[in-house]
Write a protein that binds this ligand. Structure first.
Ligand code: ASP
Length: 584
């Protein structure tokens, strides 16, 4: 054994013992007569001491050790005179008798400590060094715990983990596929799964009943900070269940993870309809850590010769508690915020409800204090509050108010990552109309079942049909989503027709599923959780990259192994592929 203990293990109970440790030199301090070294491994840091008086030769050798050298030492565990209560091993040090260098280290490209001087790209290139840092390693530990606890919980309630294939078939719905050429089937391609959706449904037809899988999925989309081309889902499916059964089951998983990984007890998860989420929060993933919900004023503000309100489809606002003290400058900044092109509001109207009970607005010319009082009543505003109002087309205004609400929540410190506010959003619309392509798209995916009572609307007003679809939202982040599925061939066929598939296309793409529905498909439904996102949320970070051992950068590149990369002509020939970079 190259060690008797780890660097995170020794304390005063080991005083006087002999110990052998192996690890990396994080730091060394040469105080003339003594040399101190912080030795690091995965488990922690232990202080080593070399004494010039008692062992000059060894001390000389220790002085020559560079950062990140790999060493093995043997020595006596001694009580430290200068204790460090912040470290688990802070009461002891090792008085070293034997030092062996196991490997050397070039000059580090960045400082391998909690606070590093390495920029993003550099740390990605040397990700294996970045992973030596406690903070990054702790993230992987958290991910590991989340995975283990998920498997324990699912196993306990009778789910089995089944692996589904990674080389599957390209389908046009959803995001863009990553494709893989097939050498043995000339001119044909596999696709990497965007999710195991159809396979898990087929597992239900197979009678598997309760399936889950922690699984890699792939989507060739433009990347954002919280997206990766390959990502992990906790993917689940159940048979003979209602929507309530699914919500209860996965609420259980969510609460189990909060309890075991974070030590947080969560109350029963509230359920909110999509319609209410849009009306009250302007958003289908509401952050309910705080109130400040949207109040509609449209009816009560018209007819005062204020054109902006008279022409608006929706006039609505939020009430920011105790913000009447906001200065002109702060209000201008908020106005600039809502006018940014990404938000696109025409302007911001505000009403200050002063402490003395008077009301002052940016539209005093059109509205008397009497009128403003009525608004305050609608907002349930109190003296000291500030009402912020937007007007315009309904959807756009709701979206803008959602952004403004989140901004105000942030400014008022109401969005702390230590507080978790999960909820279910239910009753999503089945379809979404796209003006550009002038067709409907499935809001969740084409296998989602309409609410039975809304099925007649499929023929008359498809946009109004609600789905048995649900999302798990935590702190304004969509963590999971799923639905009760269609399990009837005719309804599935109809759905494909509404989505613009010809019968031949539907058969070619999804014939295998529709055929399976004729062989006794049970009623079924499921959900998938974004595992990377879940880990980052539990860890209190916005970036999923921090929770992935070897992530890709914003251009979808792995800068460590330098991929993607060209392949050899022989490989292309074997696949009978011609790469045409003309016009590039
Ligand atoms: N397969 C879906 C997704 O990846 C989730 C589900 O409906 O279970 O979003």
């Amino acid at each position: 054994m190259l060690r008797s203990h780890t660097c995170g293990e020794l304390n005063l109970t080991h005083k006087g013992h002999t110990a052998t440790l192996s690890g990396w030199v994080q730091r060394s301090r040469d105080l003339g007569g003594m040399t101190f070294i912080d030795l690091r491994d995965r488990y922690g840091i232990t202080q080593l001491v070399f004494n010039m008086e008692t062992n000059a030769a060894l001390c000389e050798e220790a002085r020559k050790l560079g950062r990140e050298f790999v060493i093995r030492v043997t020595g006596q565990v001694a009580e430290r005179s200068n204790k460090n209560p912040k470290m688990p091993t802070g009461d002891i040090e090792i008085i070293v008798d034997v030092l062996e260098i196991l490997n050397t280290f070039k000059t580090p490209p960045f400082t391998i400590e909690d606070n590093t001087d390495g920029g993003d790209e550099l740390r990605m290139k040397y990700r294996y060094l970045d992973l030596r840092r406690n903070t990054v390693r702790d993230n992987l530990m958290l991910r590991h715990r989340m995975g283990i606890e998920t498997r324990l919980y699912m196993n306990n309630i009778g789910f089995i983990e089944v692996e589904t294939p990674v080389l599957i078939k390209s389908t046009p719905e959803g995001a863009r596929d990553f494709v893989v050429p097939s050498r043995m089937n000339e001119g044909q391609f596999y696709a990497l799964p965007q999710s195991p959706q159809t396979f898990k449904q087929l597992l239900m037809v197979a009678g598997i009943d309760k399936y889950f899988q922690i699984v890699k999925c792939f989507r060739d989309e433009d990347l954002r900070a919280d997206r990766q081309p390959e990502f992990t889902q906790i993917d689940c499916e159940m048979s003979f269940i209602t929507q309530d059964d699914i919500l209860d089951t996965f609420e259980g998983l969510t609460r189990h993870l909060f309890k075991t990984v974070k030590g947080v007890e969560t109350a029963k998860l509230p359920r909110m309809t999509y319609a209410d989420a849009m009306r009250l929060y302007g958003n289908d993933k509401p952050d309910i850590r705080f109130g400040m919900t949207i109040v509609e004023l449209t009816g009560m503000v018209k007819g005062h010769e204020f054109k902006v309100f008279d022409d608006a489809e929706l006039v609505a606002g939020i009430n920011a508690t105790a913000c009447a003290v906001y200065t002109r400058k702060q209000l201008d900044a908020l106005t600039d915020f809502v006018k940014r092109p990404q938000i696109g509001a025409g302007g911001l109207i505000y009403v200050r409800y002063n402490e003395d009970g008077t009301l002052k607005s940016s539209v005093d010319k059109f509205y008397s204090e009497e009128e403003l009082k009525k608004w305050a009543l609608a907002f349930d505003a109190k003296p000291g509050d500030l009402m912020l109002i937007l007007a315009g087309a309904a959807n756009k205004t709701r979206k803008a108010l959602s952004e403004l609400r989140l901004e105000m929540g942030g400014q008022l410190g109401l969005r702390t990552p230590e507080v978790f506010a999960p909820l279910w959003v239910v009753d999503f619309p089945l379809l979404e109309w796209d003006e550009d392509t002038r067709r409907y798209y499935a809001m969740h995916h084409p296998f989602t079942s309409p609410k039975p009572e809304d099925i007649p609307l499929l023929d008359t007003d498809p946009g109004k049909v609600r789905a048995n679809a649900y999302d798990l939202v935590i702190n304004g982040v969509e963590i999971g989503g799923g639905s009760i599925r269609i399990h009837n061939k005719d309804l599935q066929k109809k759905m494909f027709t509404i989505l613009g598939f010809t019968d031949e296309d539907a058969q070619a793409q999804f014939g295998f599923l529709m055929n399976a529905f004729e062989f006794g498909a049970p009623p079924h439904g499921g959900i998938a959780f974004g595992f990377d996102r879940m880990c980052s949320l539990f860890g209190g970070s916005d970036s999923i990259r921090d929770y992935i051992a070897f992530p890709k950068n914003n251009n979808g590149r792995d800068v460590m192994i330098d991929s993607p990369s060209p392949i050899k002509q022989e490989q292309l020939d074997e696949l009978r592929l011609i790469v045409n970079l003309q016009g590039k």
